[in-house]
Design a protein around this ligand. Structure first.
Ligand SMILES: [Zn+2]
Length: 73
């Protein structure tokens, strides 16, 4: 990740806050285990997005935006 943090915006609908966290997840029905989807999150919405996915029983974890795996997307 070489882009400045200011260019990363929270994935929560309607939120324009700078993203500081990444939510890494996959849907086991359509993604194999090597795939990781990334949603960006501001401090406020990290838990919202994580819980949204966890409720669907999707594997989910979070990390700092600086720590997003290069193969995730
Ligand atoms: Zn947000």
């Amino acid at each position: 990740m070489t882009a400045p943090a200011e260019d990363l915006v929270c994935s929560r609908k309607g939120c324009r806050a700078a993203a500081t966290r990444a939510v890494l997840w996959r849907n086991p029905k359509i993604h194999d285990e090597s795939r990781q989807k990334v949603w960006l999150a501001c401090d406020e919405h990290e838990s919202f997005l994580q819980e949204y996915l966890a409720k669907r029983s999707f594997p989910v974890r979070t990390c700092a935006v600086e720590a997003i795996p290069p193969d995730a997307g």
